[in-house]
Write a protein that binds this ligand. Structure first.
Ligand code: ATP
Length: 237
């Protein structure tokens, strides 16, 4: 919490500064990862490449404040994430929210990262579904001061309509929408960029449903995670 507060109102640099190349942004993908699936991993890899990110950090939430609590414990979700990214260049697990007491507020995480990363651009990577609910997040307006927001267009299931953006959110992003991804390197926070991704209609909800019904989740979840799930008998109803 302290990090976000201290950073508030601080001057954010515009890039490029004379003679210095703009630093490559860091991508942040938060979630419950209950369990991590290939939709998360492909999105992270695609965004890293499309936006030339220095790395993508996957940050599991301990106590997600905006949704039902995860089925698997934090240590299991972390262990599965670590197995899933092992040996994958540019993806890294950051376990900071698991050691913080209380709800896992993104604004606190970004505040800490901002302190650590100085003026480097930070891109908060969000599925369109998560973005549509942003106004319910703790101190959501402060997020724009700490990071850019990259909204991944996620496929909709048949018959499902795109959730309308709440008026407050539409208003907040009005002057922030970028017309090129290059804007993400022109400053360290405050831009909103919508990135289309090759659609992978996979969710942890569906993975849990398959596992709960005793069906296969192969090729939706990394084999190393499936072995872990079987070994620890997770997601069995
Ligand atoms: P659940 O089904 O339990 O709600 P989930 O599959 O949405 O879980 P989360 O851990 O809640 O997974 O998601 C973390 C982030 O990853 C969110 O911003 C979410 O929108 C995004 N995300 C999840 N699945 C995909 C996917 N298939 N493609 C793109 N983004 C995704």
């Amino acid at each position: 919490m302290g990090g976000a507060r201290q950073w508030r109102g601080a001057r954010l640099t515009n890039f490029p500064r004379r003679g210095r190349p703009a630093p490559r942004p860091i991508g942040i993908l938060g979630g419950t990862f209950d369990p991590v699936h290939v939709g998360h991993l492909r999105a992270a890899i695609e965004l890293k490449s499309a936006l030339d990110l220095a790395e993508v950090r996957l940050i599991p939430a301990r106590l997600p404040p905006h949704r039902p609590q995860p089925r698997a414990g934090a240590e299991h979700r972390l262990a599965m994430l670590q197995r899933a990214v092992r040996g994958v260049a540019g993806l890294r697990v950051d376990a900071r929210e698991l050691s913080r007491a209380g709800p896992s507020y993104t604004v606190d995480t970004l505040g800490e990262l901002r302190q650590e990363l100085g003026q480097r651009p930070i891109c908060l990577l969000l599925g369109a579904d998560a973005f549509a609910g942003l106004t319910g997040w703790h101190r959501w307006q402060a997020l724009f001061e700490l990071a850019h927001l990259v909204v991944m267009q996620r496929p909709l299931s048949a018959g499902q309509a795109a959730p309308p953006l709440p008026a407050k959110l539409a208003q907040a992003i009005g002057g922030r929408l970028a017309d090129s991804a290059r804007a993400l390197r022109g400053s360290c926070a405050g831009v909103v960029w919508r990135q289309a991704l090759p659609p992978l209609d996979i969710s942890a909800t569906r993975v849990r449903a398959l596992l709960g019904a005793g069906e296969s989740a192969r090729f939706l979840v990394a084999d190393s995670c499936l072995r872990y799930i079987r070994h620890h008998r997770l997601y069995i109803d």
